[in-house]
Design a protein around this ligand. Structure first.
Ligand code: GTP
Length: 361
């Protein structure tokens, strides 16, 4: 069985991190987002994965090179211009079409569920497509239209958010299609969400299946942090051995920590913290609901809450980072600063506080 992962978006909403790396390669829970999806597909029995890429092809090729022994054949399908979320399927038809249904995944979601159940459901109804849907309390926040299914799962229609409440099931960005889908696609910039899926629904060719596991869109920093909390809670229930166990009294909830990271004395770490490889956390540091990407240093008595630290960044002594701040790669914060809600572009040194949310060039 085959699967295609859409990895060609610009990831503008996750800047400044995406100024250094394409979004699919940004580590989520200490693994590139793309790797989580590749593992999920492999687990579902997929033997060939097509990566639909658009820009920064050389970085993706490098990733491929490093994962030669992943145990699944991986092929790149390279666009010369962005084809959106549906056009890349048409481009990859020769690679995907073996007469069998195939999976399609957006890369900027965090989720875990049984993909085999999606395949079984799809085979049972026999129509062109099946989309996973998930219930969200505030669907409008995710900029997606609501999916209105019949009791059987057949999608009646997609509804834009408006004054009338139409339900709160949204498209989760995970699909399975039979090869007849190619008749609805063309090799141009095409939107899966706005063009292809609504048309299939009109033709009564689209079913939906409720996702049973956790799900979060991880396009923006707050959602990235929320997705991390959900992922760590999932690990706690299903793979607790992947959570940090050596923190002793410093631990305060779910933490994932790379083996090569070090923690000083008298720290309090958690909940929902991810510490990347080579990070150094000095004495008396407080970390909560944050991700530290590879090679960060947090100096003594600093506090990092609700924030993401980009690769090789440093936080000075007694400095406080909070309010969904995101430090790009190689950002250095001096001692005794307060950084609240700042997005700081890569390779910047800061020696003044930022009290209000803003972008620092
Ligand atoms: P933002 O710029 O932050 O909106 O990110 P994005 O462009 O990645 O967001 P979008 O919702 O458009 O992307 C949904 C999924 O489709 C992601 O996995 C993207 O990587 C992917 N994607 C978006 N546009 C393209 C494209 O033109 N080509 C390919 N191959 N993938 C795309």
């Amino acid at each position: 069985m085959k699967g295609l992962i859409l990895v060609g978006g610009l990831g503008t909403q996750l800047r400044p991190l995406t100024l250094s790396k394409p979004k699919p390669l940004i580590e989520f829970g200490n693994q590139p987002q793309l790797l989580h999806h590749m593992k999920m597909l492999k687990h579902a029995g997929v033997t060939e994965v097509v990566l639909a890429i658009n820009y920064r092809a050389e970085i993706m090729a490098d990733f491929l090179e490093k994962h030669q022994d992943f145990g699944v054949k991986i092929t790149l399908s390279q666009e010369t211009e962005p084809l959106g979320t549906a056009g890349p399927l048409a481009l990859a038809q020769d690679l995907l079409d073996d007469g069998e249904p195939f999976f399609v995944l957006n890369c900027d979601i965090a989720c875990e569920f049984n993909m085999r159940s999606l395949l079984d459901f799809h085979n049972a109804h026999g129509k062109v497509g099946t989309i996973m849907v998930t219930r969200m309390d505030e669907p409008a926040k995710y900029g997606k239209s609501v999916v209105v299914p019949h009791e059987t799962g057949l999608v009646d229609r997609f509804v834009e958010h408006g004054r009338t409440f139409a339900g709160n099931l949204i498209n989760a960005g995970v699909y399975i299609f039979s090869p007849t889908i190619f008749q609805s696609l063309s090799m141009r910039s095409m939107s899966m969400e706005k063009e292809v899926l609504p048309r299939l629904a009109e033709e009564e060719q689209l079913y939906s299946l409720r996702l049973d596991g956790y799900w979060m869109n991880i396009k923006k920093p707050p959602d990235f942090l929320m997705g991390t909390s959900l992922y760590l809670a999932y690990l706690q229930h299903h793979r607790p051995e992947e959570l940090a166990t050596a923190l002793g009294e410093a631990a305060d909830g779910n933490v994932v920590m790379a083996e090569s990271a070090t923690i000083g004395k008298g720290c309090r770490i958690g909940p929902d913290v991810v510490i990347g490889p080579g990070c150094v956390i000095e004495d008396g540091v407080r970390l909560a609901r944050c991700t530290l990407l590879e090679g960060c240093r947090v100096c003594a008595h600093a506090v990092v809450i609700d924030s993401i630290l980009g690769w090789r960044s440093t936080v000075g002594c007694w400095t406080r980072v909070e309010g969904v701040s995101v430090l790009g790669e190689d950002v250095h914060l001096n001692d005794e600063l307060c950084i609240n809600g700042a997005l700081i572009l890569p390779h910047k040194s800061m020696d003044a506080s930022v009290f209000e949310p803003q972008i620092i060039m």
